[in-house]
Design a protein around this ligand. Structure first.
Ligand SMILES: C[S@@+](CC[C@H](N)C(=O)[O-])C[C@H]1O[C@@H](n2cnc3c(N)ncnc32)[C@H](O)[C@@H]1O
Length: 354
């Protein structure tokens, strides 16, 4: 529905919500992390809870609890019942108990919040100007393995939340034709490689990633005693002349190409083509913005694009499937299978050399 018919008073209200969005976000984080949401939820069975009781129980001031709950009430996060006591609304409930809301909030607060201040500078320069809040690197990927613990945890929980749930389904697809050797490009913590080894007793995997991340992945592999079948290959795709070995039956890339600009994606795909035989299959799994069933999922992907802009690398984003189709074609590949819905949000393109 077009927004043209919105009443001015409502439009102004929406505009003010955006103007103060960071205040509400920080108030919500505080309500959650201080345990106020939990306490309100627990007290629903005894008719809710008031400011003074919350303050006493959590050793906070009436003032502090009061200012947080006032804005939360105006934003429909909490409401007062007929006894004048606070209860969580459905929105408040999801903010406190939805796993997706939790990983998104922790990612926003712990990884992105300080850096987001540099959005304008990042857009102007094409560089992730907010990254200096986390470390002195060109891209966040150089520093992933050495991020401070809270930030690292929030980053990995966010990353894994959107791929873990789909890995089992993806695994059946990737292992269907019994590949002997899989290259996992952007293998990250080794989760997919370990899952492959658990599922199939023969397959060998080569994880291809930046040196720091590769060390972490190979250590995880060793801890699970799969080091006889999982090897590593260090690469920086942004270096001048990256190359990968030959010999893969399957090349697997999950949520990897979105870490690069279109020009870089084309370069990566061409390098892969050079290493492929006629029957090598290249699998690309992504969450495409033009393939989401729910507006909300598209919104999360668009926010993720801004993380790439300001913190990750300054030039990548969550793409449309149509943009990938063009790049795949330009790289000298053809899509032999288009699996449009893997899990709730992902698609897989299975490609071969033209
Ligand atoms: C978003 S993670 C994807 C993780 C995993 N495949 C998944 O689906 O959860 C992107 C991966 O790409 C790797 N990566 C990013 N930039 C890279 C570069 N310039 N060279 C090599 N690997 C890179 C990162 O280290 C990371 O492991």
């Amino acid at each position: 529905m077009s927004n043209k018919n919105i009443k001015a008073v409502n439009a102004l209200e929406e505009a003010q919500k955006i103007a103060f969005a960071p205040f509400l976000f920080q108030a919500t984080i505080s309500l959650k992390r201080l345990g106020i949401f939990d306490l309100i939820f627990d007290k629903r069975i005894v008719g809710g809870i008031g400011v003074e009781e919350i303050a006493k129980e959590l050793e906070l001031t009436n003032y502090g609890v009061g200012v947080l709950l006032e804005i939360a009430e105006s934003s429909n996060v909490v409401e007062k019942n007929e006894l004048g006591k606070y209860e969580l609304t459905k929105i408040g409930y999801f903010l406190n108990f939805s796993k997706t809301a939790e990983v998104n909030m922790n990612f926003t607060q712990d990884v992105c919040y300080k850096g987001l201040h540099q959005m304008e500078a990042s857009i102007k320069s094409g560089k992730p100007k907010g990254l200096k809040e986390l470390g002195d690197w060109n891209t966040i990927y150089e520093g992933l393995s050495i991020l401070p613990d809270t930030i690292k945890q929030a980053w990995f929980e966010f990353d894994h939340h959107y791929s873990d749930n789909v890995f089992q389904e993806a695994l059946q697809i990737v292992l269907k034709n019994n590949p002997k050797t899989i290259f996992d490009i952007g293998g990250n913590t080794g989760k997919f490689a370990i899952a492959c080894c658990e599922q199939n007793t023969e397959v060998a995997i080569k994880i291809i990633d930046l040196p720091g991340q590769l060390n972490v992945a190979l250590q995880n592999v060793k801890n699970r005693h799969f080091d006889n079948r999982v090897s590593g290959y260090a690469i920086d795709w942004l270096s001048d002349n990256p190359k990968i070995p030959t010999g893969a039956d399957t090349i697997w890339m999950s949520q990897f190409l979105d870490c690069f600009s279109k020009e870089e994606i084309l370069k990566i795909l061409k390098v892969c083509v050079a290493s492929m035989e006629d029957d090598t299959e290249l699998y690309i799994m992504e969450t495409f913005t033009d393939r989401q069933k729910f507006d909300n999922a598209k919104f999360i992907l668009e926010a993720t694009s801004l993380y790439f802009t300001v913190l990750a690398n300054g030039n990548s984003k969550m793409y449309k499937a149509t943009e990938f189709e063009e790049l795949i074609d330009l790289a000298g590949l053809k899509i032999v299978k288009d699996l449009m819905l893997v899990g709730d949000y992902h698609s897989i393109f299975i490609c071969k050399k033209k």
